[in-house]
Design a protein around this ligand. Structure first.
Ligand code: GLY
Length: 552
């Protein structure tokens, strides 16, 4: 009997050992993005010895096919790279630029009023010079290990052979009726009777497959010069609301390398995207404003935490709207906006018992008067990429050239060049990059070691999404999946937004009693995140969308 018990115990131990080595081995690489086919393409690149940047390019190309509404080579993006050897962070800015022919009043009608938002989006005016491919080429030259052309193989196969329409794409096709007006979009995504193709139906994009084949073989010059460039220019200039994009604008586009904007939060260092994005500064301001309130003692759905996050966000958005624009055109007082003295002055406006309501911007020291998708990757060396990529509104400008959707990024400029007689920092100017909210972010520990990589889609709500996921990971010690699923609380210096269908609307009346205007609304999200564990990495993609995280 004793021998049988011993044998049973030995078998159990063996089973446990097998499980530990097979299914519980901690992933040493990780890819998190908005579609499983894109994640698989990234993992395959990492398996073959590719770097995080190589994987990011493969992931992006597949996303351009299966999540065409969010990002693609007709758009732009910001890519942050973390080098595990040197602990250096490199920022690659592939933001679109305004064409040389752009004017500060181009988003105004004949009476000087801003065009309707939908009218401005679906137009030639909104198309900025795409920056994505030029930026990815630069990052690949500096950080790539596999051949450029290899990185396009999975995306070309998906575009040629087809894929099942995922839920988000199906939802957008049903929602945006004007998409049918663009013949190439109509042919690809709609039936002959004008009804949208349905969730799960198989579609292909052979024109995009051919476009990517040319770019894989010839490099980005196949896009920025020659026949493809001429075709983009023609489509934009002959649109019923024409823009000024020219072949010179395309040939002249250059990506920019920048310094990350970094700041402390408790025991961590947070590094994110500097201007022309407002995201990094806003996230650091909000965390700096919140720190003395020690919200890690509250639960995520507690009134106090919701109220304080909304109030700090309000202050950050007031400054963002006033000061942030392309640093080549505007002096953004970054250091002043993040200085502890300035933040402690601004914090005096915050009370745990009362909302401040709509707030005016502060005067930071140093100030002188004058749609989107996120990809997070860690490779076998521990290098990481945090990459937010966009064509702006879902389906961008709703102009498709050779299977590529052109961005409407220029609607991220302020439509009005002046406010109260003063020039607006984010007004349109030729060659300028529109202010962004994209916030690809890294969290580092005191030794400079990577703790987490994260970011989000969602226009100006990117800032609140990335902020809340950061707070979830750091203050509430949640897993990436739980941090991304947190009910969303946002404030863009107006109403406090509470995510519909979650636990936070239960606080609506209590917030109103504190003086908040409250809106309960659905939230699109779009986060992805990766966090270090004791043994390896864990990742997550926003449960509100179609993405996944997978490691090996
Ligand atoms: N177009 C989204 C952003 O840059 O914020």
């Amino acid at each position: 009997m004793k021998a049988v018990r011993l044998l049973g115990a030995a078998l159990l131990l063996l089973l446990a050992a097998c499980r530990a080595s097979v299914s519980f081995a901690a992933p040493q690489t990780m890819v998190a993005a908005a579609h499983p086919l894109a994640v698989e393409a990234g993992l395959e690149v990492l398996r073959r010895g590719g770097s995080a940047v190589d994987a990011a390019i493969a992931v992006q190309m597949v996303l351009g096919v299966v999540e065409p509404q969010a990002s693609g080579i007709g758009g732009g993006g910001f890519l942050l790279h973390y080098d595990a050897g040197t602990q250096a962070i490199t920022v690659y800015d592939g933001r679109e630029t305004a064409p040389a022919g752009a004017t500060p009043s181009m988003f105004l009608d004949t009476e000087g009023k801003p065009l309707g938002f939908r009218e401005a989006i679906a137009s030639g005016i909104s198309v900025g010079v795409p920056g994505l491919l030029a930026m990815l080429e630069l990052a690949h030259k500096e950080r790539g290990k596999l051949a450029w052309s290899d990185l396009f193989v999975p995306a070309i196969a998906v575009a040629r052979d087809g894929f099942a329409i995922p839920p988000r794409l199906a939802a957008w096709l049903a929602r945006i009726s004007s998409l049918r007006e663009e013949p190439a979009i109509r042919t690809l995504y709609y039936n002959a009777d004008g009804s949208p193709k349905k969730l799960g139906e198989r579609i292909a994009n052979p024109e995009l497959a051919e476009t990517m084949r040319l770019i894989a073989e010839q490099g980005p010059r196949a896009f920025y010069q020659g026949a493809m460039a001429a075709e983009m220019v023609e489509r934009v200039q002959r649109h019923r609301r024409p823009g000024t994009l020219s072949v010179t604008d395309l040939a002249d586009y250059r990506p920019i390398k920048r310094e990350a904007v970094c700041g402390p939060y408790r025991v961590w260092k947070i590094c994110s995207m500097p201007p022309p994005s407002s995201g990094g500064i806003a996230i650091l301001q909000i965390l700096g404003l919140l720190e003395p309130f020690e919200i890690w003692h509250d639960k995520p759905t507690d009134l106090r935490a919701i109220h304080l996050i909304a109030e700090a966000s309000r202050l950050a958005f007031a400054d963002r709207d006033r000061y942030v624009g392309d640093p080549a055109f505007v002096d953004v007082p970054v250091a002043g906006m993040l200085s502890p003295v300035y933040l402690s002055e601004r914090r005096k406006l915050m009370s745990p018992d009362r909302s401040m309501g709509k707030v005016s911007p502060g005067v930071p020291p140093g100030y002188v008067e004058r749609g989107t998708s996120h990809i997070s990757i860690v490779d076998r060396w521990g290098n990481a990429v945090s990459f937010t990529t966009t064509i702006e509104a879902p389906f961008g400008a709703q102009i498709m050239v050779r299977g590529v959707l052109l961005n409407n990024e220029l609607t991220d400029f302020s439509p009005r060049p002046e406010l109260n007689g003063k020039p607006v920092a984010n007004r349109v100017q030729p060659g300028k990059r529109p202010r962004s909210s994209m916030s690809p972010t890294f969290v580092l520990d005191r030794d400079g070691k990577l703790v987490a990589a994260l970011g989000s889609a969602g226009g100006s709500r990117i800032i609140g999404d990335t902020l809340q996921a950061t707070i979830g990971l750091l203050d509430w010690n949640l897993s990436p999946q739980a941090a991304l699923a947190l009910p969303r609380v946002l404030n863009l210096n107006g109403a406090t937004e509470l995510e519909e269908g979650t636990a936070v609307p239960a606080q609506a009346d209590a917030l109103r009693a504190l003086g908040h205007e409250v809106q309960v609304r659905p939230h699109e999200g779009g986060l992805s995140a990766i966090r270090r564990t004791a043994e390896g990495w864990e990742g997550a993609a926003d449960p509100r969308r179609d993405g996944v995280a997978k490691g090996e």
